[in-house]
Write a protein that binds this ligand. Structure first.
Ligand SMILES: Nc1ncnc2c1ncn2[C@@H]1O[C@H](COP(=O)(O)OP(=O)(O)OP(=O)(O)O)[C@@H](O)[C@H]1O
Ligand SMILES: [Mg+2]
Length: 399
C-alpha cells in the first residue's frame, strides 16, 4: 500500500506557488527544470515568463475571470497572452502566436481538463514556441521540460537517483532526483515533453500511468507521488517523425491533439518573421534596421514557393529542395541578414545580405539541391519584376 507523503518545504521564490501535499522537494541545485540564477536581462534567451513578465503581470492584475486551481491566469487571459490584445487599462499584449484563434482556444481549454495536450505539425510551425508560452502563462514556469531524443531514458520522465546519497544512505527521498514531470505533478504545474515521438516507445509508455492514473509510483520506497490539481502536460511532436516511434494508441487516447498549420498567407508569414526578427535583434543588441520588410517579403516568398512547389501566382511549377524551409528558417536568414547589414553594410537590409543565407538554407544536399536552386533562380527569380538586384546577389553567392 502506498505510504502517504509528507509535505515538504519549497522555496516560494522558485516558482511563486505554494506546494500542495506532495513529497517532492524542489531541487536547489540547477538540474533539468530548475530555474537558473542568471538574471533574466543577462540570459541570451530569457524564458517566456521572464521575457514577457510585464505582460503577464498586467494580465494577472486585470483578469477577473475564474482561474482553474493553481493557474496564474484564467483560460481567457492565457489565450489573450498568446494571441495578443489590448487590456482595459490600455496595456497592449503582443501576439506570440499568429494563426487561427480557435487553435489556441482549444489548446488552452484542453489544459484545463484532465487530458494532456499534443501539439503536432510540420517543422517550424511554432509547436515548441506555443508550448513554452502556454506553460509560462498557465503556471508561470516554462522550464519543467523533458527533451525527447532516441536516448531519453525512463528516469528523465519518472525520477532518478543521486548515487552518492543512495550508496551512503540507501534509497530515501533525499536520494531521489525528481524529473521535471514529477515536480510538475507534485506542484500542480505544467510539464513539457519535447519531441515525444523521438522517445523510444517503451519509455513513452511511462506517461500512460501518469496521464491516466495521475500518479507516479516509487516502488523502491513504497510510495507514490500523486498529481495535484493544476498539473497537466504539453507534448510536441513533429509530423516528419511519423513512423519513427509512433505513439501507441493507449497513449494517444490520453492526449487531445492540436495540429499547428503553416502560415496561411505570405502576409501572415511576413508578420511572424518581422516580429520575431525584431525581438531576436533586440536581444542580440543588433542595431535596428529600418525598412527591411521588402527583403523579408522576398525571403518568405522564395521559401513558400520552394516549399509549395509552385510560384505564388500558381503559373510555374518549381522543384522542392530536400531540407525544411519553414518560418523558422526564414527568421534565421533574415536575422543573419540584419546582422550583416548592421555590421558590414550601410544599415539597410539589402538583397546581398540575405542571398547567402537563402542559399545556405536551400542547398542542404550539395548536388540535388543546387540544381533545384539554379532552376528556380533562372526560371523564376530572373524573370520577376523588381528582383534584378536579388538575382544578381544570388548569382554572386552561387558562383
Ligand atoms: N504561427 C506562428 N506564430 C508565431 N511564431 C511562429 C509561427 N510559426 C513559426 N513561428 C516562429 O518560428 C520559430 C520556430 O518555431 P518552433 O521552434 O516552435 O517550431 P517547431 O514547430 O517546434 O519546430 P520543430 O518541429 O523543428 O521542433 C519560433 O521562433 C516562432 O516564433
Ligand atoms: Mg520544436
Amino acid at each position: 500500500m502506498p505510504v502517504s507523503v509528507e509535505p515538504t518545504s519549497v522555496d516560494p521564490s522558485q516558482n511563486g506557488s505554494a506546494p500542495a501535499n506532495t513529497g517532492v522537494e524542489t531541487p536547489t541545485t540547477a538540474s533539468a527544470g530548475a530555474r537558473t540564477s542568471a538574471p533574466a536581462a543577462e540570459a541570451l534567451r530569457p524564458h517566456a515568463e521572464d521575457a514577457f513578465a510585464d505582460e503577464l503581470a498586467a494580465l494577472a492584475a486585470q483578469d477577473d475571470r475564474p482561474r482553474p486551481t493553481r493557474w496564474k491566469l484564467s483560460p481567457w487571459a492565457v489565450a489573450t497572452y498568446l494571441l495578443g490584445g489590448a487590456l482595459p487599462d490600455g496595456t497592449v499584449i503582443t501576439p506570440k502566436y499568429v494563426g487561427p484563434r480557435r487553435i489556441i482556444e482549444v489548446a488552452v481549454t484542453t489544459l484545463a481538463t484532465d487530458r494532456a495536450l499534443l501539439l503536432l505539425g510540420v517543422p517550424g510551425t511554432a509547436k515548441t514556441w506555443v508550448s513554452e508560452h502556454l506553460a509560462a502563462a498557465v503556471s508561470g514556469d516554462s522550464t519543467l521540460l523533458v527533451q525527447g531524443t532516441a536516448g531519453t531514458p525512463e528516469e528523465a520522465i519518472r525520477y532518478g537517483w543521486n548515487y552518492a546519497q543512495l550508496l551512503a544512505h540507501g534509497p530515501s527521498r533525499d536520494a531521489l532526483v525528481p524529473s521535471p514531470v514529477m515536480r510538475a505533478m507534485a506542484e500542480g504545474m505544467t510539464a513539457r515533453v519535447e519531441e515525444l515521438t523521438r522517445i523510444p516507445a517503451d519509455v513513452q509508455d511511462t506517461l500512460i500511468t501518469i496521464l491516466s492514473e495521475k500518479t507516479l509510483p516509487i516502488p523502491e520506497l513504497g510510495q507514490e507521488v500523486q498529481a495535484v490539481r493544476g498539473f497537466n502536460l504539453i507534448a510536441t511532436a513533429n509530423d516528419r517523425d511519423r513512423g519513427v516511434n509512433d505513439l501507441s494508441s493507449a497513449l494517444r487516447r490520453r492526449f487531445n491533439t492540436v495540429v499547428l498549420p503553416l502560415p496561411e498567407s505570405v502576409e501572415a508569414e511576413v508578420d511572424i518573421v518581422s516580429r520575431r526578427v525584431d525581438q531576436i535583434g533586440r536581444s542580440l543588441d543588433l542595431p535596428a534596421v529600418p525598412d527591411g520588410v521588402d527583403e523579408i517579403r522576398r525571403v518568405v516568398t522564395v521559401f513558400r514557393e520552394l516549399r509549395d512547389g509552385v510560384t505564388s501566382d500558381g503559373r510555374t511549377k518549381v522543384k522542392s529542395p530536400s531540407g525544411t524551409l519553414s518560418t523558422a528558417e526564414a527568421i534565421s536568414v533574415v536575422t543573419n541578414g540584419l546582422a550583416l547589414a548592421a555590421h558590414f553594410g550601410d544599415g539597410v537590409l539589402r538583397p546581398s545580405d540575405v542571398a547567402a543565407g537563402i542559399l545556405g538554407a536551400v542547398v542542404r544536399d550539395p548536388a540535388a539541391d543546387r540544381v533545384v536552386w539554379q532552376e528556380y533562380l533562372e526560371a523564376v527569380v530572373r524573370e520577376r519584376d523588381g528582383w534584378k538586384d536579388f538575382y544578381r546577389a544570388c548569382r554572386e553567392v552561387s558562383a
